[in-house]
Write a protein that binds this ligand. Sequence first.
Ligand code: NAD
Length: 250
Amino acid sequence: MERLKNKVAIITGAASGQGKAASLLFAQEGSTVIVADFNDEQGRKVVDEIAAGHGHAEFYHVDVTEESLVESLVKYTVEKYGKLDIMYNNAGLVKMRPIGELPTDEWDFTIRFELNQVYYGCKYALQQMEKQGYGVILNTASTSGLIGIPGHGPHAASKAGVIGLTRSIAVDYGPKGIRCNAIAPGFIPYTQQTEDLSNDQFINMMLQVQPIKRHGQVEDIAQCALFLCSDESSWITGQAIAVDGGHTAM
Ligand SMILES: NC(=O)c1ccc[n+]([C@@H]2O[C@H](COP(=O)([O-])OP(=O)(O)OC[C@H]3O[C@@H](n4cnc5c(N)ncnc54)[C@H](O)[C@@H]3O)[C@@H](O)[C@H]2O)c1
């Protein structure tokens, strides 16, 4: 049985990495997927791949750091499909540096790219979901938001903010039929964001701090996202689930 049959999902940052993996899996499980990203070329390729597997998806160009554009994304989806079941705020762009060395504009950039946009996605999804009386929000945090990791500075602050926002939404909107959770991925090599870090030395160093001695893959995150967005997790809200090979358990 399809686990997201007849659902309508927006996935941001869906042109590559974790967002792409989730788009392919959600479509395979019966959801219509709005592939939302500012990378048109890659985003359209994801839609083509979904269509080739007989799934239903469409690309929507958006820069999620612009509030009005996120509002339009939700409005477009609801006008076309009549509802919004799932809002997966996954897009992100990382800047990492110890705080003492950090120019203030890099701080502002990271908060805008990693925290403000999650607030926009949640806000407009909640307005629609409240009218419907149901809905699921999933936000991408990071293990950096749960434990101290050297040099993660503003990234850690923004992802901890995502977790706080997630809990707060869960508490306010649970009684209205809306669930909100976060995934905290560990290090996933070879995504666009981690290309620079994806060398043998760094990857081996990360394996030392994980009890499960293999690299994380975008599909590991997508499987957890599927569970958290499906009715199988209907009694789970306000949680930040680490999908990290056990890193945060060490
Ligand atoms: N890869 C990791 O190790 C790791 C670890 C923890 C958390 N994360 C988080 O996972 C999420 C997905 O990252 P990924 O690893 O799949 O990286 P990725 O770079 O492969 O994917 C990110 C996608 O988001 C899109 N994007 C970025 N900013 C956008 C914007 N303003 N508007 C629209 N689209 C935008 C990019 O075009 C890209 O398609 C991010 O929130 C990231 O912070 C990644």
